[in-house]
Ligand binder design. Structure first.
Ligand SMILES: NC(=O)c1ccc[n+]([C@@H]2O[C@H](COP(=O)([O-])OP(=O)(O)OC[C@H]3O[C@@H](n4cnc5c(N)ncnc54)[C@H](OP(=O)(O)O)[C@@H]3O)[C@@H](O)[C@H]2O)c1
Length: 213
């Protein structure tokens, strides 16, 4: 199969297409024929040689999420079958034609989302859900502040927090980014380069404050 490799740490010019062996699946894994892979900030850090190496035993190639069609399933996998269209959170290997992934990191394509768009869901959805809702336990009555509101993580956090009924504040580095956050549902936008966000939050919440993310 073809994959993207890094010739040496650096800019986008160090990315090269290379023919490599197909991945082999373990009993608890599925093999995905990749339709699309997303670009995360973590990928750019890894390209520059600034990211921690992937966990032992995982794909050495780039790409931490993808979507595609299941080509093969391991002996212990019952949740998925060949031909299923899925997206997946990966330890690596998304920038490849095929990737092996533990079945527990695979998700169905949500209704109304294209196969290509679904490649960008697992990282932000799992990160935001686990931190904001499982650990932070954000409730509909609460107010929530998203720093870096226009980031990949931020844009997902705004939408799901609004959907769940919270009041959402965001910070961003310019007014264009704040307008994009408002379009996604943010209630209050704060340009942290021109305003003191602590003072503004106190003002908007009658001094009560809020949950920060
Ligand atoms: N993507 C994921 O799935 C994921 C998963 C786990 C953890 N994270 C963490 O979540 C955070 C956001 O990740 P992301 O992938 O969503 O980021 P992103 O889309 O690349 O956005 C990063 C944001 O950070 C702000 N920023 C501040 N200083 C910056 C600088 N020097 N260079 C570039 N951006 C700068 C920018 O907003 P302003 O201009 O408004 O400051 C920018 O929009 C990161 O800390 C990342 O490690 C991400």
């Amino acid at each position: 199969m073809k994959t993207i490799v890094i010739s040496a740490p650096g800019g986008p010019e160090v990315l090269h297409l290379l023919e490599v062996e197909d991945p082999e699946i373990q009993d608890d894994e599925v093999l995905i024929k990749v339709a699309a892979a997303a670009l995360n900030r973590a990928d750019t850090f890894r390209r520059k040689g600034l990211h921690t190496p992937p966990p032992a035993g995982s794909s050495p190639y780039l790409g931490i999420e993808c979507s595609g069609t299941i080509l093969a399933v391991g002996k212990k996998v019952s949740r998925w079958k060949i031909g299923d269209q899925v997206c997946a959170l990966l330890n690596g290997g998304g920038y490849s034609e095929k990737v092996a992934v533990p079945a527990g990191q695979v998700l169905p394509i949500p209704p109304g989302v294209s196969l290509e768009d679904a490649a960008s869901l697992p990282e932000v959805a799992c990160t935001v859900w686990s931190t904001v809702f499982m650990i932070g336990r954000l409730s509909p009555a609460e107010t929530f502040l998203v720093h870096g509101g226009s980031s990949g993580i931020g844009t997902f956090a705004i939408q799901i927090a609004k959907y769940r009924g919270a009041r959402v504040f965001v910070t961003a580095g310019n007014d264009e980014k704040l307008a994009a956050c408002k379009n996604l549902g943010a209630d209050v936008g704060i340009n942290y380069k021109t305003e003191d966000f602590v003072a503004r939050v106190k003002e908007e919440t009658d001094g009560k404050g809020l949950l920060q993310f």
